[in-house]
Design a protein around this ligand. Structure first.
Ligand code: TRP
Length: 333
């Protein structure tokens, strides 16, 4: 039996170098592993937990699908779909609301952070981990590849699943585990290197986006915050240089020791140029593929992938939803 893998990304624009090195690149690797059956979706129902303009949302949903494909996710090897195309997500989300406590949702650190920054905090933002639990439990995922910031949401998913199973004395839900790949570098902001690189950072200089041109990448890396020592040395008290070494290492597969040796006689200028070149070379083929997918003649192809993916997902999700409904006491007449 293959292990089930599921993950998703919210459609909030162009992904970052951090998303690629920390997530997508690993997804592309596991799609060729015989031991796994993978599903990757666009979490567009999650997106409306903050205000969205319809035109922007439409474009962002399609763009994430294209970014998935451009990064090398293969629609023949994985199920790729859009969350809102599979109505069972919202339906199971509602049901699970009634097996989740206000108290446990109030403890979610992501909610606490996000709600602090907003005025009219939506119920959906508060409830978001329950929808995420529904996403995961519908497909009996064994492993959910996520970043550190989502671990708490996997834990609440496990709690809800266990609670439901023991209440109805039946193994209805598989208990998922987070899948945090070893030695994936955490990519930090170029401007505040103690903070994670984020696609929603207000300072655009802080983030490298997958579709940034070579010139923009070079400019951002040249401006990256470092220190005055001018020695390429990996150390916690040099967070800016540490981050650039991590990026260079992730992109080139060189070890930290090899990198320190390579740049032992060069200052930051030369090192930064090398990092910028390596990142731009890495992203170039992804950008070419994205540009090709964006041609109007490929619209149908993209739609077909989403349609096929949703059909596969719906098939599985509808069976799980039915089991849940029966356990609760529905579907008898
Ligand atoms: N909450 C995730 C994020 O913002 C996205 C997401 C939604 C997700 N549902 C999921 C990730 C299910 C993994 C599994 O990054």
């Amino acid at each position: 039996m293959k292990k089930q893998i599921l993950s998703g990304i919210q459609p909030s624009g162009i992904l970052t170098l951090g998303n690629y090195l920390g997530a997508l690149r690993n997804w592309v690797k596991i799609q060729d592993d015989e031991n796994y059956d993978c599903k990757f979706f666009v979490a567009d129902l999650h997106a409306i937990t903050v205000s969205q303009d319809p035109e922007t949302l439409r474009n962002n949903i399609k763009s994430i699908i294209m970014q998935y494909l451009a990064c090398g996710l293969d629609a023949e090897k994985n199920t790729i779909f859009i969350q809102s195309h599979v109505h069972e997500h919202a339906e199971l989300g509602w049901l699970l609301n009634n097996y989740t406590y206000m108290g446990e949702l109030s403890r979610m650190t992501q909610f606490k952070d996000k709600s602090k920054k907003q005025e009219n905090v939506k119920v959906g933002l508060f409830d978001y981990p329950v929808l995420m639990a529904a996403d995961i439990l519908l497909y009996s995922a064994d492993f959910v590849p996520v970043g550190q910031d989502q671990k708490q949401h996997i834990e609440i998913t496990r709690d809800i699943a266990q609670r439901f199973n023991s209440l109805y004395k039946k193994e209805i839900f598989k208990i998922p585990e987070p899948f945090i790949t070893a030695n994936t570098a955490k990519i930090m902001s170029l401007q505040e290197p103690t903070k994670k690189m984020s696609k929603s950072d207000e300072n655009k200089e802080a983030t490298i986006f997958l579709l940034d041109s070579r010139e923009v990448i070079t400019k951002k890396i040249k401006k990256a915050v470092t220190d005055s020592e001018n020695v390429v040395r990996y150390s916690d008290d040099k967070p800016g240089i540490k981050n650039l070494i991590n990026i260079y290492s992730a992109v080139t597969d060189k070890t930290v020791a090899e990198i320190e040796e390579e740049f032992k006689d060069s200052g930051y200028g030369k090192f930064k140029q090398a990092v910028a070149d390596a990142v731009a070379d890495l992203l170039e083929p992804i950008q070419a593929k994205y540009a090709e997918l964006a041609l109007p003649e490929n619209d149908e192809y993209i739609k077909e992938i989403c349609k096929k993916g949703a059909a596969v997902a719906h098939e599985i999700a509808s069976k799980k939803l039915k089991e849940v409904q029966e356990a609760i006491g529905y579907r008898t007449i």
